[in-house]
Design a protein around this ligand. Structure first.
Ligand code: G3H
Length: 478
């Protein structure tokens, strides 16, 4: 019988009064590996009350002290990289080395946020009235940044630690309290990460982590009157949250269908390397994965051959062995991916490899000659399956990219920088990478999605600025 991990509230680890638990299925064994508490709405209420009280004192805590605690948490997090990475391997089948990288990257993100916070939050603004017509020099306006209150952070399964701290650290440095609702797959890694903040000595009630069923506490959390800001990363749930949430700032990142546009003059070895890295890292379970390749027909055969040969070197198997391709997160996810593959098959796509699946493990698959009437041309598989659409003009590529309801990132490969800039300008996505696969990092870069890919901009500086509001005091001279 798996141990039931406690949730974190008011500075202590607690069992839920529900006496119920949520099972975390190991994607590799497809057996229950861990269990977490199924918190009740009443417990959420308590957490919110405590957060509100703790936040008031935290907002008055000097900025340098807040930064000091974050630096401490970052160091503890890095010290605990091994047990946290172990959870990531068991809960979300992240390859062992990538799991360690996620934790180390998270420690660095927390430290950078503390440093950035002391700079940007330590600065205010002074305006003098006589620059506006009709005014004398009689009013001095002092503006500074103040916290929002309680921030609710909801990260996704694919980065349960990194995409949690990317919300936690900016919220805390800015003087907010933080309530974390981790994804079910990845909840135990998140609880371990929270323990690092606990060990760093943050005040009781300032940080909490509630686990449970979305059906029980999901809407209750996102519609809770005690929440002053929601930072969410995930899928369509984000659209539903944005419709239900109150009049509070929202930060959302909801996936993408990142296009890779390849022109004839591109470095084709670089293209192939980036298609494989961009399409198949963590088995394609990244919102920034390359999800459709739009390639000029004249170079397509050569690139497909190069990609196929690189794909042949990808190792497939359990995350413990650090394989490149590991089981996808759930059986329903594997079924969904299979549905897209079968639809493409029926409609005549060329399979560059044989389709193979065992349990949640899907072998990497390249689909050539995909056409716009196939589901995979538009939907995100979130798995190791990549469609190639052959194009005959740059405009055709841009048109396909912009016809998507998503607009997260995209990339273009060409040796002509002028063309690259023009294509970047024409692509309706939050970021365009020139001659490299899409990626969120480095984590201080702005990160945002247009259209259904999100609301607002992330990246360390933008997240801090999003989690504050401006407060002015005006001195009126006689
Ligand atoms: O899955 C969504 C993440 O924000 C992507 O991050 O580009 O570092 O993999 P990444």
């Amino acid at each position: 019988e798996a141990e039931v991990y406690k949730y974190y509230a008011e500075g202590e680890w607690r069992k839920s009064s529900s006496a119920k638990s949520v099972s975390i299925i190991n994607p590799t064994t497809r057996k229950t590996h861990f269990k977490v508490q199924a918190c009740t709405q009443e417990e959420v209420n308590k957490v919110m009350d405590a957060a509100k009280v703790a936040q008031k004192a935290w907002a008055r805590t000097p900025l340098w002290k807040r930064a000091e605690l974050l630096h401490k948490a970052a160091a503890i997090l890095k010290d605990h990289k091994a047990p946290i990475a172990h959870c990531l391997v068991k809960e979300i089948a992240k390859p062992a080395k990538d799991a360690v990288t996620e934790v180390v990257r998270s420690g660095d993100l927390v430290s950078y946020t503390a440093e950035e916070g002391v700079r940007i939050l330590g600065e205010g603004k002074l305006l003098v009235s006589d620059s506006f017509p009709g005014n004398e020099r009689s009013k001095y306006c002092l503006s500074s940044k103040i916290p929002l209150g309680v921030v609710l952070a909801i990260p996704p399964f694919n980065y349960p630690v990194n995409l949690a701290v990317s919300k936690i650290a900016p919220a805390l440095i800015a003087g907010n309290a933080l309530v974390l609702k981790p994804p079910t797959q990845g909840a135990v890694a998140a609880l371990h990460m929270i323990h690092c903040f606990h060990l760093a000595g943050f005040p009781k009630g300032l940080i909490s982590c509630v686990t449970g069923k979305g059906s029980e506490i999901g809407d209750f959390l996102t519609m809770h009157p005690g929440v002053n800001c929601i930072s969410f990363t995930g899928g369509d749930t984000g659209i539903a949250i944005s419709k239900k949430a109150g009049m509070i700032p929202l930060q959302m990142e909801l996936g993408g269908k990142d296009a890779c546009i390849v022109l004839e003059d591109a470095d084709l070895d670089l293209v192939a390397a980036n298609i494989v890295k961009g399409g198949f890292s963590y088995s394609g379970q990244r919102c920034t994965a390359v999800k459709v390749v739009l390639i000029m027909d004249s170079v397509a055969d050569e690139v497909v051959e190069k990609v196929k040969s690189k794909m042949g070197k990808l190792t497939v198997g359990p995350p413990e062995d650090d394989c490149d391709i590991t089981p996808v997160v759930t059986e329903s996810s594997a079924n969904f991916i299979e549905g897209l593959v079968m639809d493409a098959k029926e409609k005549g796509a060329t399979f560059c490899q044989e389709y193979r699946r065992e349990g949640n493990l899907i072998w990497p698959l390249l689909l050539d000659h995909v056409r716009p009437d196939m589901r995979i041309a538009w939907e995100e598989p979130f798995g190791p399956v990549l469609p190639i659409i052959r194009i005959h003009s740059v405009e055709e590529g841009i048109h396909h990219c912009n016809a998507s309801n998503f607009g997260l990132q995209g990339c273009v490969f060409t040796s002509d920088i002028n063309k690259a800039i023009m294509i970047s300008d024409a692509m309706e996505t939050g970021t365009v990478q020139i001659n490299s696969a899409p990626a969120r990092g480095p984590d201080h870069f702005p990160f945002q999605g247009l259209k259904d890919s999100g609301i607002g901009s992330q990246g360390i500086t933008n997240s801090i600025n999003m989690m504050v509001k401006v407060k002015s005091t005006v001195i009126n001279l006689p």
